[in-house]
Ligand binder design. Sequence first.
Ligand code: GDG
Length: 727
Amino acid sequence: MGKTIIISNRLPVKILKSAKGELVYKPSEGGLATGLGSIYRKGNNVWLGWPGLSFKKDSDKTEVTQKLKSENMFPVFLTAEEIKLYYEGFSNETLWPTFHYFNQYAIYKKSLWEAYEKVNKKFCEALMEIAEPEDTIWVHDYQLLLLPGLIRQQMPNVSVGFFLHIPFPSYEVFRLLPWRKELIDGMLGADLVGFHTYDDMRHFLSAVSRISYLSNKRGQLTKGNRVIQVDSFPMGIDYDKYANSAASPETIKREVRFRASLGDQKLILSIDRLDYSKGIPARLGIFDIFLQNFPKYQKRVSLILIVVPSRDKVEKYKELKREVDLLVGRINGRYGTMNWTPIHYFYRSFPLEDLSAFYRMADVAMVTPMRDGMNLVCKEFVASKLDKKGVLVLSEMAGSSKELSDAIIINPNDKTQVVDALHQALTMPEEEQSLHMDTMQATLKRYNIHHWVKMFLDRLEDIKERQQSLATKRIDEETVQIIMDKYTKSKKRLFFLDYDGTLVPFYSRPEQASPGKELLEILTSLTENPNNHVVIISGRDRKTLGSWLGHLKMDMICEHGVWLRAHGEEWETIDSLSNEWKSDIKPILEMYVNKTPGSLVEEKDYSLAWHYRKVDPGFGDLRAREIVSHLKYLSANMNLQVLEGDMVVEIKNIEVNKGKAACKWMERYPSDFIMALGDDWTDEDTFKAIPKDGVTIKVGSANSEAKYSIENHTGVRDLLGLIAKNK
Ligand code: GDG
C-alpha cells in the first residue's frame, strides 16, 4: 500500500517573517486543509505545495523544508517572478475569469502561459523526488491543470486524481482559450477528474469530446489504453467544527459584545473574498434598492459586509476594491444617521470565533455570487444556526444551490427578484425558518468534508482496480506466446474476425473503410494455410464486404448474421425473415436525417442503420438517444431489436445475432482452435458463444466477456500477422 500525496498551489500553512526576521508558521484553517488533515497527517502521507513566501536564501529554504517535513509537508519554492506570471498572471488573470464566465476580463499572453507551463513542470519535478509507483496522487485546482498530464508521462501507471474547485465553463467559453487543447490533455492525465456539480462535469465532457474527440459513456472516457472517470463530488464542510464553534463560550461572549454595539436591529450578513465573481457591488446595489423600496427598514436593519483581502496585486481586484469602497460610502452617506449605520464594512479577515459570532447573529445571509464553484460560506452559516433561526438567500450560480434547495434561490442579475427575496427573508415566520434550516442541516451533516474526501478517494481506488483488471486482460508477450502454443499444436482452426474497429479503424463514411494493401496481405497469408478457416463476421452489408474481400479464401457472415456464405458457395439466409417493417421504419430514420445534418441512413438487406459519426458530437448523441427511444417504442411488437454501436444506431430482426451465426459455423466446422476478435457490443454475442478454451479478444478498453483485450486495429493486425507466419 503506497502513500497518499496531496498537491495544491498553496500548502495548508502560512509562513510569515517576524520583525526580527524569524520565520513564523501558522497552520491554515481552510476547509480543504481540515478535510484533508485526516489524510496527509497520517503515516508517511504528504502534502506538496508552495509555502506562500518566496525565499532567496538557501538557509531559509533548508529551514522551511525541515520544519515542514515534521508536519508531513513538502515545499515547492517559487520565485517572485514565477508567482507574478504563473499565479497572479495565468491562473488569476486568464483561467479564473474564463472559468467564472468573466471572459471579457481574461488576458491571453504567451509569457504567462509559458510561466504556467514551467511552474507546473516544477511541481512535477518536486513530486518526482517523493513519489513512488504505488502512491495515490491527488492534485487540486486550476493552478495545476497541466500537472496530471505531466505526472502521467513520468509515471504511466500511478494513480492520479484531480479535483477542480472552481466552475468548469461551457465549451463556448472554454474554447476562447488559445491553450484549450493543452489544458484538456493535462487534466486527462488523471484517472479520476472531479467537479463540484453535474453541470461542471457535463461542460468538461463536452469540451473533451469537441477538443480531443473522445466520447464518454456515463462519464467514462477511454484514452489510449486508459479508462478515465469523470464525476461530480460536491464538497462539504467540517460540520462539527462550525456547529461546535457556534456553541463555544468564547463565540457567545463575542456575540454579546457585538450585539451591545449594534443594538436590537435585524442583521444581514455578507462574507466573501474580494472577487468580482462574488457579486459584491451588485449585492450593495440590491441593499440600496431595498432601503429605497422598503423605507420602514431604514434604522431597523444593517448589512455586515466582510470582504477578505485577496489577490490585491491584480489590477481588476484593485478596481473592485475601489468600487466597493465607493458604493459603501455612497449608501452610508445617503441613508446613515447619527445612530444608525446601514453598512458595517470590514476589509480584513476575522478569527473563527468572530466569524461564528457573525453567523449566529445574522438573521439573513446573502450569498449572491455571479458564479461560484461551490461556496462554503453559505454552508458554514447553516451549520452555525444552532437554534435553526435564520434565512439563507442563495444565488443559483453557486454550486451549493444544487444541494441547498431549501434556501431562497435567486438569480443575482434579477434585481427585483433579489430585493423581494431579501424582504421575504426578513419577514419569514420562525416556524418556516426552522423547517428549512432543519432540512439543510441534515444535508450538510451527512455530506460533510470527510464524506467528500472518502467518496473521492474510494472512487479513485475503484477506477484504478478497474484499470488493473482491464490491464491484466491486455495481451502482452506472455499471452501472445500462450496463443501461439495453442495455435501451433492445433490442426483445425476457426477464426471469427469482426471488420470495422477490429481490422480497420473507423471512418466518417462507412464506404471509406476498404481494406488496404497491408490488411489484404495479412488476410491472404492467414487464409492460405489449409488448416485455417477464416470467417469475417460483421454488421456490414454483403455487397460491400463481398466486393472488398470476396476474392479471398474466407467465409462471410454479414449483417450480424442475416447473410452467410461459405467460401465458393452461394449466399444463404435465415428462412422466414421478414423485411416488411423497413417501409415503416425507414421514413422515420430519414426524418432524423433531415433534422440532423451530417447523419445518414444505410440500408442493408435485413436491417437499417442510422450513422452519426459526422454529426456535431453532443448533438449526435442527443439525437441517437431520441431515435433509440422512438424506435424501441415503435418496435416493441414488431420482433425487432435496436442496437447502439459506435456512432451508429441499428435496427434489425431480433432472431439474428452474431452469436447464433457463430454457433452455426462452429457446428459446421468442428475445430480444435477457435479465435474471435471484435470491438463493439454486438461482438459480445460471439464471445459468449465461443467455448471456454477458445481465444476471445476485445479490441479497446471497455468491459467485455472476452478473455483478453488488445489496444486497437494496429495491434490486431500485428497479432494476426504473427500468427499467419506460423504453419
Ligand atoms: C474556492 C471556490 C469553493 C472567509 N472570511 C473569513 C474566513 N473565510 C473562509 C470561509 C470559507 C472560505 O474562507 C471561503 O470559501 P468559499 O467556498 O466561500 O470561496 P473561495 O475562497 O472562492 O473558494 C469556491 C471553494 O474553493 C472550495 O472548493 O467553494 O467556489 O471559489 O471557508 O469561512 N475564514 C476566517 N476568517 C474570515 O474572515 N477564519
